[in-house]
Design a protein around this ligand. Structure first.
Ligand code: PLP
Ligand code: ZN
Length: 414
């Protein structure tokens, strides 16, 4: 059964019932992104501690009643979510954090958090009777959409900017989708996808426009809450591009709070690269969001015009969190730091939040006694070209013990 009560426009606040709207608010147009609202009183009786303790579906589909999806096909879907949450004992010392947890969302089917949204998108496309799903993305939404669509036998048409890393572009082709590589930036890819979706009537997975993407993304917080025995950390740090992910992170906790499952909503640290930091600049200047350059190696968060600004800004504001930006040099350091201390390889956007935590501790935003969770949103193997910037690759050596001895001494390995 559906527990959806209706939709609320994040811009003008207008409310709509199921069936009254398609994707965005009719009064506000494309910018009027909707929020899915549930009948929380009814859900409170269903989604109890006991429900979760007995639920043996270890994937994000365990939250189906509060995801706004029909449940007929969830058993056929790829396993998305229920990614591991590790206590990061070595990394927390390096960052000066009392207690740090790492949620490794790079272990999703296509290697990023985007699978949470794409899984829902594919189910909604099937519900709508669509044969083709389309999206534009800097790379991960694209590759995950292609992945999830392939598993359910849907066609996918995917628009990426030409700078999309080769690993992600390869994934898209390998999953059998039609890859449209746009000679331009993300903005150009987004605009073309929008025009094409209007023209051909495909199902639209664009993260900003489709309100159900946040319904998938929010499950990461519900998992964190469960994995910490319903006592989430004081802070949750996550990188921000369009703002859909951070909007979801907030909503997941806020809904668990509404359902009486957790006692507090963590403060959210929204992290951007200084090379592309529209949200951070807006919060520092107090001015409306302005278009920013897309000048960072963290391609997944190189979003000059964020498409989901209201949900993102509300997430930080309502959680009493903070915005912070970090230079690419710190992001590169965070990649090797996470790999070296915890054995986890994150892509640049996947580890930006770790660099953000370090800076937030230094600036006194995160206080000495506070606990933190960070979400590694994407797998480092997606972008080994940038990964190489975080390491020093040895030259080949002659295969003899003398050479080896010299080399090992140089490296301090013996
Ligand atoms: C998409 C993405 C983000 C940011 O998500 P937004 O919804 O665009 O803010 C962060 N990290 C990775 C790896 C991503 O793919
Ligand atoms: Zn509106």
């Amino acid at each position: 059964m559906s527990y959806i009560k209706g939709y609320k426009c994040t811009l003008c606040g207008a409310e709509f019932k199921e069936g009254e709207v398609s994707l965005t608010c009719p009064h506000c147009g494309e910018k009027g992104i909707l929020d899915v609202v549930y009948d929380y009183d009814a859900l409170k009786k269903v989604l109890t501690r006991e429900y979760f303790e007995k639920n043996r579906n270890y994937s994000m589909w365990r939250y189906a009643p509060i995801m706004g999806i029909q449940e007929d096909h969830i058993d056929e879907m790829l396993r998305v979510g229920w990614t591991p949450l590790y206590r990061a004992r070595r990394l927390e010392k390096e960052l000066g954090v009392k207690e740090l947890y790492v949620k490794d969302d790079g272990l999703n089917p296509s290697g990023s958090s985007k699978d949470r949204a794409s899984g829902v998108a594919v189910l909604k496309a099937i519900e709508a009777g669509a044969k083709t799903i389309a999206c534009s993305s800097t790379g991960n939404a694209a590759s995950s959409c292609a992945c999830q669509a392939a598993h359910m036998g849907l066609n996918a048409v995917i628009f990426v900017p030409k700078r999309a890393p080769i690993g992600k572009a390869t994934q898209i082709c390998l999953y059998g989708a039609t890859l449209v590589k746009v000679d331009g930036d993300y903005k150009a890819a987004f605009q073309l996808s929008k025009a094409a979706i209007d023209k051909y009537g495909w199902y639209n997975r664009n993260a900003a426009i489709n309100p159900f993407m946040v319904e998938g993304k929010k499950t990461v917080s519900m998992e964190i809450a469960e994995q910490l025995n319903f006592e989430p950390t004081d802070w949750v740090a996550v990188s921000v591009g369009d703002g859909c992910t951070v909007g979801g992170v907030y909503k997941g906790f806020a809904e668990f709070f509404k359902l009486g499952l957790i006692k507090k909503v963590p403060k959210i640290l929204g992290v951007q690269s200084t090379g592309c930091a529209p949200f951070v600049i807006a919060s520092e200047t107090g001015e409306p969001l302005k278009e920013a350059d897309e000048n960072t190696i963290a391609d997944s968060i190189a979003v000059g015009i964020p498409r989901n600004p209201v949900k993102a800004q509300n997430a930080i504001k309502l959680s009493h969190g903070a915005w912070i930006s970090v230079p690419d040099s710190d992001i590169i350091k965070a990649m090797s730091l996470l790999g070296r201390t915890e054995g986890i390889f994150g892509e640049p956007a996947g580890v930006a939040a770790i660099a953000g935590i370090k800076k937030a501790v230094q600036q006194g935003i995160i206080k000495p006694g506070e606990t933190v969770t960070t979400i590694v949103t994407g797998n480092g193997l997606k972008d080994p070209v940038n990964g190489q910037k975080a390491v020093s690759m040895p030259e080949p050596m002659k295969p003899n013990l003398e050479e080896l001895d010299k080399f090992l001494k140089e490296k301090g390995a013996i």
